[in-house]
Design a protein around this ligand. Structure first.
Ligand code: NAP
Ligand code: ZN
Length: 376
């Protein structure tokens, strides 16, 4: 029987080749002055930025550019961008890029209209003033941030990743154009694609999962299983790119309802302490966390594994065939920081969403298994 659930996903989605050129006609319904938020290179190199600027200009929307978002954007960086938005009197935000520029754009939308210390906004769902409307144009197929209410920022002082989460930062419109993802290197394709896979797997296992989020998560994993390798082998395969973008968006819709679990909680310190990319960090840990969760949710873990051939080894092979080693000792030659990293994991809110209760010794055991590449 279907258990009671709620579902809220207010983002309008435009999906397809060439939709990026429609951004002007879309945003003009909401405002006249756009702050474009993007990263240093890829939006320019792929031509996405020029296409957005041309479309805005054609629709009579003025634009200014903030193009200094780095991967894993910091609180300081988004405050700087918010200052830009205020100075230019921007009335909307167009974010182009992977999760980093999209999340940075969401945070800038909050801080452009709201005062006070940024740290007071974590864990708060409503703000004194509504954030600027956000329009998201993904160029990776990974985070699904174009359809989530999350903005993940790096707290450089606390050496932590922190989430802003509010229904008011769901993008108004997501313009998902598969062609924009074709310029990703094979490595970025796999790192971001595996991030999407972990979103779907975690959402499916989450204590907060529902019948509808499960449907999205299972379909997402099935699609990613069928398309990630093709996109990795041939970056120009637009059909595979489209499938991946769709699969990552479904995973985003699923985590927007359920949140993530201990896997993301353990992935964050690998990024913050050791600079391992977000998706790769999660991908390394995925088989070991599934092995752990299997004791509490055997049927659901087996259903995930079926998609990849039936066993944890099959899932690991799927990742490693594309060059994502699940041997943590290769990514982390010096495990001295594990204790401090475990402190951070134990403070993460998403632990409470894990299907199997987590104590410190469990996290330590998972690090050790990942260091020895042992599936137990
Ligand atoms: P990213 O950090 O946005 O980008 C990683 C790299 O990929 C950057 O060097 C970027 O270059 C490059 N890149 C992006 N698009 C490209 C393209 N089409 N062609 C070539 N290179 C491209 O990566 P991401 O994995 O998408 O985002 C990760 C961030 O999202 C993390 O901070 C993570 O915590 C967060 N996240 C958010 C959510 C959410 O729901 N909001 C969910 C999961 C993760 P440029 O810098 O030049 O653009
Ligand atoms: Zn993620």
């Amino acid at each position: 029987m279907v258990r009671d659930f709620g579902f809220y996903m207010p983002t309008e989605v435009l999906f397809g080749k060439g939709v990026v050129d429609r951004v002007g006609e879309v945003v003009v319904r909401y405002g006249k002055r756009a702050l474009i938020v993007t990263g240093k290179h890829s939006a320019r190199a792929s031509g996405a930025l020029a296409r957005v600027e041309a479309s805005l200009s054609e629709a009579g929307v003025a634009s200014i550019l903030f193009d200094r978002v780095t991967p894993n954007p910091s609180i300081e960086q988004v405050l700087e961008g918010a200052g830009y938005a205020r100075e230019a009197e921007a009335d909307l935000i167009v974010a182009i890029g992977g999760g980093s520029p999209m999340d940075a754009g969401k945070a800038m939308a909050i801080f452009a209209t709201n005062e006070g210390s940024a740290r007071d906004y974590f864990g708060v769902k409503t703000y004194a003033r509504p954030p600027l409307p956000i329009f998201a144009i993904p160029t990776t197929a990974g985070t699904g941030s174009e359809v989530t209410e999350y903005a993940i920022l790096t707290d450089l002082q606390g050496k932590d990743k922190k989430s802003l989460a509010s229904p008011s930062i769901f993008p108004k419109v997501a313009l998902a154009d598969p062609e924009l993802t074709c310029s990703m290197s094979p490595e970025i394709t796999v790192d971001t694609g595996i991030d999407a896979l972990t979103h779907a797997a975690e959402s499916y296992l989450a204590n907060r999962s529902t019948a509808l989020s499960d449907a999205l998560a299972l379909e997402s994993m099935r699609i990613i299983r069928g398309s990630l390798k093709r996109a990795w082998e041939d970056g120009g395969d637009v059909d595979a790119r489209g499938d991946m973008l769709y699969g990552s968006m479904l995973a985003g819709m699923a985590i927007a309802q359920t949140g993530t679990t201990m896997l993301h909680a353990m992935g964050y310190p690998l990024t913050v302490f050791h600079g391992i990319s977000h998706g790769r960090a999660n991908g390394i840990l995925l088989p070991y966390v599934l092995a752990f969760d299997r004791k509490a949710a055997p049927e659901k873990v087996d259903r995930i594994l079926e998609i990849f051939g039936g066993t944890l080894h099959d899932l690991r092979e799927f990742e490693e065939e594309m060059g994502l080693s699940t041997d943590l000792s290769e990514a982390l030659p010096d495990p001295d920081t594990l204790d401090e990293m475990t402190d951070h994991v134990m403070r993460a809110k998403n632990l409470a969403n894990n299907p199997r209760p987590v104590v410190r010794a469990d996290v330590e055991a998972i690090w050790q298994r990942a260091l020895c590449r042992s599936l137990g």
